[in-house]
Design a binder for this molecule. Structure first.
Ligand code: GLA
Length: 397
């Protein structure tokens, strides 16, 4: 049995054990994501280019007749129970991603009853592949199905994001939850984070692989610096708005405007805003490059994105830079950059398949410099959150 099928079987049998085999049980696959380009642009109303990947959380859920919410994490071997009518914060950090979804559904006026929920997954935690968004999106999707709430996927993504913003307290943008729910596989989402309109761009290079290299570090300043970057971007918006009242976010600013008001901006706010404007433009160029199968141009944009994140947005770290620098010297690498919020987590590498073994060997040497255990994941682009129906479940047995 494939490792993923084993996970599903584990979730199924654990849920059956806890619910004595309820007939209305369902199992949902909710994937993690990569992001080709467009980092720290989502909360600036800008553009991103993510896709779900073949690493996921599997959630088993069965509605109850009372109002108990019973959560069980197979990976942590921990449980948490709460009253669905009164969702309150749990001392168990992992539980809040789930209770927060219930809280947001209630705030939205949706009616849900109690439920039993068990889950397990293979998304490495803390690697920047959005395991938390996958949990939130997966539960929102499962509850939507089980209680027939008729919520569309885009709104489910917004609910999952609000759960993280309001209940967990992380002020993330919408990219991760959106990618988890709306990806369609073998393509990337070209998403406008302001309107939430998107198109799917096929990734037509079967010989180019997506390889993630996990630094194995997550520096403690990651979340405080994330919130600080948001404030720095807002600071720039406030200054620009004084002369152009229509500016609501950096999405509305232009390079000309930024230069015209450079002296009124503090140096940090200027650098952050410049990065965001340039990164938004890079996402648009990347979309054109992908549409014309120009992978060389795409790769160059990835390296430029990394340089911007390192020098202007200042969210990279030595470990990420070491891995990207090493990748940039390998012939088979089309492009590489740090991915996600920064200060640790993964680099994204686009690698020609015939150079994969050389890539692995040389990246191992870079890991020697970093001093952490090499964790290199090759991944595939996958469709977003889905119910594993009885047919697909039977196929696993
Ligand atoms: C984290 C957040 C996203 C996004 C990225 C940076 O993954 O959850 O919303 O802001 O960082 O691009």
């Amino acid at each position: 049995m494939k490792p993923q099928n084993q996970l599903v079987s584990l979730v199924k049998s654990e849920l059956e054990r806890r619910t004595s085999g309820s007939s209305s049980a369902l199992v949902v696959r909710s994937p993690g994501r990569l992001n080709v380009i467009g980092e720290h642009t989502d909360y600036n109303d800008g553009f991103v280019m993510p896709s779900a990947i073949d690493r996921a959380i599997y959630i088993g859920l069965s509605p109850r007749l009372d109002s108990e919410g019973n959560l069980h994490s197979i990976d942590f071997q921990e449980s948490h129970s709460f009253d669905v009518k009164h969702p309150v914060k749990s001392p168990k950090a992992w539980a809040n991603y789930l209770v927060g979804v219930v809280d947001e559904l209630k705030k939205g006026g949706y009616s849900i009853g109690g439920f039993d929920c068990v889950f397990a997954g293979d998304i490495p935690i803390g690697a920047g592949l959005s395991s938390s968004a996958a949990v939130e999106a997966g539960l929102a999707f499962a509850l939507n199905t089980a209680f027939e709430l008729q919520i569309g996927r885009t709104e489910l993504a917004a609910i999952a994001q609000r759960a993280e913003n309001n209940f967990v307290g992380v002020k993330c943008g919408i990219m991760d939850q959106f990618a988890s729910l709306l990806s369609e596989g073998s393509s990337v989402l070209n998403l406008d984070c302001r309107s939430l309109e998107y198109d799917l761009i096929p990734f037509k290079a079967p010989d180019i692989r997506f390889v993630l290299c996990d630094t194995g570090v997550k520096h403690s300043l990651a979340s405080s610096e994330y919130n600080l970057r948001r404030q720095e971007c807002e600071r720039a918006v406030n200054v620009l708005r004084q002369s152009s009242s229509h500016i609501e976010s950096l999405r509305d600013a232009t390079l000309e405007m930024l230069e015209a008001h450079r002296m009124e901006l503090d140096g940090t706010a200027y650098k952050r805003a410049l990065y965001v404007l340039e990164e938004n433009a890079r996402v648009e160029s990347a979309a054109s490059a992908l549409r014309s199968d120009d992978f060389k141009a795409l790769g160059e944009l990835l390296f430029m994105s990394h340089a911007g994140l390192r020098d202007k947005f200042e969210v990279s770290c030595d470990e990420l830079n070491t891995l990207v620098d090493a990748a940039s010297e390998i012939e088979a690498v089309v492009g590489a950059r740090m991915m996600g919020g920064g200060f640790g987590g993964c680099t994204l590498n686009l690698v020609h398949e015939d150079g994969l073994s050389e890539f692995n060997e040389r990246i191992m040497l870079a890991y020697d410099k970093i001093g952490t255990t090499p964790r290199i994941y090759e991944c595939r682009l996958m469709p977003g959150t889905e119910i594993l129906n009885n047919q697909s479940l039977r196929e696993l047995d």
